[in-house]
Design a protein around this ligand. Sequence first.
Ligand code: NDP
Length: 396
Amino acid sequence: MSKVLIIGAGGVGTVVAHKVANDDVFTDIMLASRTKSKCDQIAQAIGGNRIKTAQVDADNVQELIQLMQSFQPSIVINVALPYQDLTIMDACLACGVNYLDTANYEPKDEAHFEYSWQWAYQDRFKEKGLMAVLGCGFDPGVSAIFTAYAAKHHFDEIHYLDIVDCNAGNHGMAFATNFNPEINIREVTQKGRYFENGQWVETAPHAIHKPLNYPEIGERESYLIYHEELESLVKHYPTLKRARFWMTFGQEYLTHLRVIQNIGMASIEPIMYNGVEIVPIQFLKAVLPDPKSLGANYQGQTSIGCRIRGVKDGKERTYYIYNNCDHEAAYQETGTQAVSYTTGVPAALGASMMARGIWKGKGVFNVEQLNPDPFLAELGELGLPWIEKIDIDLEL
Ligand code: NDP
């Protein structure tokens, strides 16, 4: 039995709140965010007085500590923005609370993300006997759990890993991002990077691309981009000779992105406008569609999985494990599209694993370090069924 505090009332927070509300292990649930009215709306949609709400500025450790001291959660699910990871981890340490998130820390003034900042909390979480689980969304999250499952059950050694992320949905808008626009644009406009033969290889943004076939979807142009789980996976699976991440983008999306960059709207450098300091990408976020609003007209599926090559019993083997998620079905259940859904379901399930003591440990963990079996045994029932294919052409 457990008390859970969810921080962040965006698209992902909405899904987490729905799933946590249906999980009996959580006796008390609080949803807190910068704008309390958004928390109230979500709590009302779920109904049954199941969810309490609160206002909190998660950039402020003291405010977080006060909230945690008054509610006394055993777990915090952080689905605010990556900027808040460290302040929330600090407050968890101060109050003796376990922690889970879906995206690694990024400083606001530098479009750069890596695990070093959060891995540096290892000893402090260990000393306090607390558990922090990092990156428990879909990618990062299920992508790493799929990899752990493959390594445990299907391979003696994994050598080549390609994480493939396709969104074949159509929301009918000229341009919109599927999750927080600021974070999303910062992620997809950075240089490409992959791991090969013990080294990181950097490319110009979107320089490497090829058509890949996705189940029930067909062929989609897929672009090599850097993604955070590559960093922890190559550390935890030293047999990997190569690890890459591919994401599909339509031509229309890429053209808009190029224009946004060329005219300086993707910049994170503050500028003065009419005597007020603004950050162009934050202003852009304010005028772009709210990702939460896309759900109502979103049709089609996402397909995210891992294509792995390695050896089993002395023979080469190929393996593909994936989930397809339907935007309309996600919307009917939670009022959000499949990108928020595929992130929120694993976060809620990860927290449930911790609350039930199925995932336990002291310190800071990436999800591939935890037992994938009980998690994957429940993921399908919770809305994200997965499929495995063995010894097929991986196209990569
Ligand atoms: P949204 O922008 O929709 O929601 C973010 C929420 O956090 C908003 O409610 C926002 O408040 C709140 N917030 C922002 N800053 C603060 C603050 N200082 N204090 C309190 N609350 C704050 O984002 P998403 O729901 O799309 O994404 C949530 C997280 O999920 C992000 O970290 C994102 O990177 C991650 N993600 C992970 C994926 C994965 O597969 N691992 C995939 C997609 C997303 P307000 O409403 O006032 O703006």
